[in-house]
Design a protein around this ligand. Structure first.
Ligand code: FEO
Length: 389
C-alpha cells in the first residue's frame, strides 16, 4: 500500500494478509503490517527491515525508493524477527552498509544470524545523534518495549518519532477499522506485561516535540497525537479505560454459561451500562484479555474440572497473571456437580496477583442454576455494581 510521510521519509513496509497467526498465537483477521522506512538525505538510512515472509516485496519497495542510490545506514530498533527478518538480505545487497544499534542489539544479533566480521557497526547509547545531512537522528533506549534491546529514534527536522513496537496495531495498512480496538488487543497481549518500561518511554517522549509517530506495525499517526498518548498512559498504568463488567465464561456443557447469562441479565436490569460476556472456550483469548484490562470489573464463571477449574479458565488466568493484571475487582461464580473446585482454584490464582480485589462470597451452583441460587446471584450482581461506583 502507498503511504505518504514526506518528501524525504518514505514508507517501504509491507502488509501481510497471508499469516495464519501473528507470533504463532494471535489471530489477525485483517492481517498485520511490518513497517519499514527510508530517510533520503545526503546519507540514507533504512529504519528497520521486515519479516522474512515478505522480504521480496520489501526489497522491491526499498529499491524503488532508493532509485539507484545505496543506503548508508540500517537503524535496528528491534531484533524480533518480524522486523529484523530481512537484515541478512539487506547485508547481502549492500555489504558496505553500517548497522546502527545499541550494545544489546549487537550482543543479540549473532544469535539470529551469522554476522560477517567486516560488517560495519555503530553502537549508540541514550541521546546519541547521527546526522544524515538535514535530518538528524537521536536514539533513546526503550528496554522491554518489548524486548531488552529496543530503542526508539527521533528525527528532529521533521519531528518524527520512530516508536518501534510502541503505538503499534494489528491489521494491514489498507484496513479501515477503529485504531483503538486492534491497538488495545495488540498492546495488552504483546507489550502489556511491561507497563513500567512503557511509562518510562512515555516520559522520554514527553520531552520531545513530536509531529508524527512511525510505529513498526499499523498506521503512521499524524493527527491528534494526544489521543494515542493518553490511551498509552491509561494502558501502561493499568488504569481501567472504561467502566464495565466482563463476564468470562468457561462452561463445559452450557449450564455455567446459562448462569452467566442470567447474571448478565441481572446486571443490566440493575442498571449496569456495560456488560460483556465472553466464552473462553470459543472466543479469541487475546480479545478477552484485552477486555479484562479494558474494564474495571470482571466476573469469572467456570465449571470445576479434574479437581481444579475448566482448562480454558486456567489458561485465561495464566495469561492475566503473565500480563500483570491488577487494579481491578473480581467476582467468582463456580459450578460443580459433586465436589466444586473451580472457585478455590481461581481464587488461589487471583490471590497471587497484586492489587486485585476479590468479592466475597463466591457463588456456587450445583450442575444447573436453580431458584435457590438466585439470592446469591443477586448479591453478586449488587456487589459488582457497588464496586463500580
Ligand atoms: Fe513487532 Fe516485538 O515485534
Amino acid at each position: 500500500m502507498k503511504v505518504t510521510i514526506s518528501d524525504a521519509v518514505k514508507y517501504i513496509g509491507v502488509d501481510d494478509r497471508d499469516i495464519d497467526l501473528f507470533e504463532s498465537q494471535y489471530v489477525v483477521p485483517n492481517g498485520v503490517s511490518y513497517n519499514s522506512y527510508l530517510i533520503l538525505d545526503e546519507k540514507i538510512a533504512v529504519m528497520d527491515t521486515v519479516d522474512a515472509r515478505k522480504t521480496a516485496e520489501w526489497e522491491t519497495n526499498l529499491k524503488a525508493e532508493l532509485g539507484g542510490r545505496k543506503p548508508d545506514y540500517l537503524v535496528i530498533s528491534h531484533l524480533e524477527p518480524d522486523h529484523a527478518g530481512s537484515i541478512a538480505c539487506l547485508l547481502s545487497l549492500y555489504p558496505e552498509i553500517t548497522l546502527v544499534g545499541n550494545a544489546k542489539t549487537f550482543q543479540m544479533l549473532p544469535q539470529f544470524m551469522a554476522v560477517n566480521p567486516d560488517t560495519q557497526m555503530i553502537t549508540v547509547k541514550e541521546g546519541d545523534t547521527l546526522s544524515l545531512g538535514t535530518h538528524t537522528l537521536s536514539f533513546y533506549m526503550a528496554p522491554m518495549v518489548h524486548w531488552p534491546e529496543v530503542m526508539v529514534t527521533y528525527e528532529s527536522s521533521e519531528k518524527i518519532l520512530f516508536s518501534a513496537d510502541g503505538f503499534g496495531k494489528f491489521g494491514a495498512l489498507d484496513t479501515d477499522e477503529d485504531w483503538a480496538c486492534e491497538a488495545r488487543r495488540y498492546y495488552f497481549n504483546i507489550v502489556g506485561k511491561y507497563g513500567m518500561p512503557v511509562q518510562a518511554l512515555l516520559k522520554k517522549a514527553a520531552g520531545l516535540d513530536i509531529a508524527v509517530i512511525c510505529p513498526l506495525h499499523g498506521p503512521i499517526l499524524k493527527e491528534d497525537l494526544g489521543y494515542y498518548v493518553n490511551l498509552y498512559q491509561t494502558w501502561s498504568s493499568y488504569t481501567p479505560e472504561n467502566k464495565g463488567v466482563l463476564i468470562a465464561v468457561a462452561s463445559i456443557h452450557g449450564n455455567t454459561a446459562k448462569a452467566a447469562k442470567k447474571l448478565e441479565q441481572l446486571l443490566i436490569e440493575k442498571g449496569e451500562e456495560k456488560v460483556v460476556v465472553s466464552d473462553l472456550a470459543r472466543d479469541d483469548m487475546a480479545e478477552v484479555i484485552e477486555d479484562a484490562f479494558r474494564y474495571d470489573r470482571m466476573i469469572l464463571a467456570a465449571s470445576s474440572y479434574d479437581a481444579g477449574v475448566f482448562p480454558c479458565m486456567q489458561d485465561f488466568l495464566h495469561h492475566l497473571k503473565a500480563k500483570a493484571y491488577q487494579k481491578r475487582t473480581v467476582g467468582i461464580l463456580e459450578n460443580g456437580s459433586w465436589a466444586p473446585s473451580a472457585g478455590k482454584t481461581m481464587k488461589a490464582i487471583l490471590e497471587t496477583m497484586t492489587n486485585v480485589t476479590l468479592l466475597e462470597p463466591m457463588v456456587t451452583i450445583r450442575s444447573t442454576l436453580k431458584e435457590e441460587n438466585m439470592a446469591d446471584l443477586e448479591a453478586l450482581a449488587d456487589a459488582i455494581i457497588a464496586a463500580g461506583k
